[in-house]
Design a protein around this ligand. Sequence first.
Ligand code: TRP
Length: 451
Amino acid sequence: MKQLNQNQDQWKTRLGFMLAAMGSAVGLGNIWRFPYVTGELGGATFLIVYLAFVFLIGIPLLLNEFSIGKAGQKDAVGSFQNLAPNTKWHWTGFMGVIGGILILSFYSVVAGWSLFYLYKYLTGAYWSEPDGGYGMVFDEWISNPILPLLWQALFLGVTLFIVIRGVKGGIEKANAFLMPVLAVLMIFMAGYVLTLDGALEGVTFLFQPDWSQLSNPKLYLTALGQAFFSLSIGVSGMLTYASYLKAKDRLPGAAIGVGVMDTVFAVIAGIMIFPAVFSFGLEVNEGPPLVFITLPSIFASMPLGNVVGIIFFVLLTMAALSSAISLLELPVAFFKRTIGMSRKAATYLCTSIIFVLGIASSLGFGIWSGVTIGGQNILGMIDYLTANFVLPFGALLMALFVGWYLNREQAQKNSEIENPLMFNIWYIIIKIIVPVVMIIIVIANIFGYTA
Ligand code: TRP
């Protein structure tokens, strides 16, 4: 195979790449989405299926996505064109670019809420239960037609500010700061929460399975979607990050490191949130508002709750930011190359498109709340469709690409797995197990829903 040109953009160090990829993985998916889907689908049973998917399918697919980007040395579309010229495989990357734009459009709405809550905590406004209660102020806030849009724009502005500075100077530097701070805050929070009365009940919910849920097909699709969403796989965001690696930087360890860290963060978020919910006798299946209504009422009645509240929303906003950076870089890299735009122009263009699309998700909580499908509003719909269909489909295409289009030698070389046994296991997962498992889950869900 011919030697491909090195990408012009590059990470300074492999650690910088690892932190950026962890930053991409750890986000609202771990702290906002994971607890509420776990709460809705029965706690520990969901957790077990989720963990199985992360380790059996998710991490191998993360390595798979890394391998395409590193070998391709270009953005989502260009990497496929490099590795498979004159084929239709680059549509996988194109679908990813669109998927990434859609995800960031609703992601930035929730991140905007988080930023607003941080502001409310810093000014002391939410330290104690406001008039009407946290539920009412949250409903009023998200249904306001203008204010959430301003906070969403502010959040996207910060994201733009970093991405515009480029791979080394912006993304790598920001993550080198955000990730260590995040880790420290998170461990501190979990430790504190576990000292509260009633915490044990929450831990039990998270670790004691209810096997009857295993016959629910929705559990599997949701666990799969959550695994992909949390690991940032399926839309070529991780592919784009890996395309900035130099030849000597090894991939398998990075995939395992990112996968394990992401899972640890999700479990810590669970440990941080469920015990708190139980010790205050609140409901776990609150859905998306869980962290914005349930947690503030917990903070209000907790010793040092104001400090904990500030820390929590700093943490949530920082985690969202490091993920949003990766979601923005994905289309920026694509526009930069295909249209030949400067990074600056591409970043402004992509941020604007994402903001405009995001308006729909935001208004879906207020003046457009009549627009629903199956009881889901606009944000819920985009979230559901991207996580449960676009991501699995994109990841499946990438598995088919490496498993069936490339030959075995290319797959081995690109994966950089040196141990032959380990390579065989990985290759069988990518080539056979991933396609089979995904087809079964999708079919079960189609029948599960119509029956
Ligand atoms: N993984 C991030 C989270 O858990 C979200 C995210 C970032 C993402 N980049 C992505 C999701 C790419 C899917 C695809 O919050």
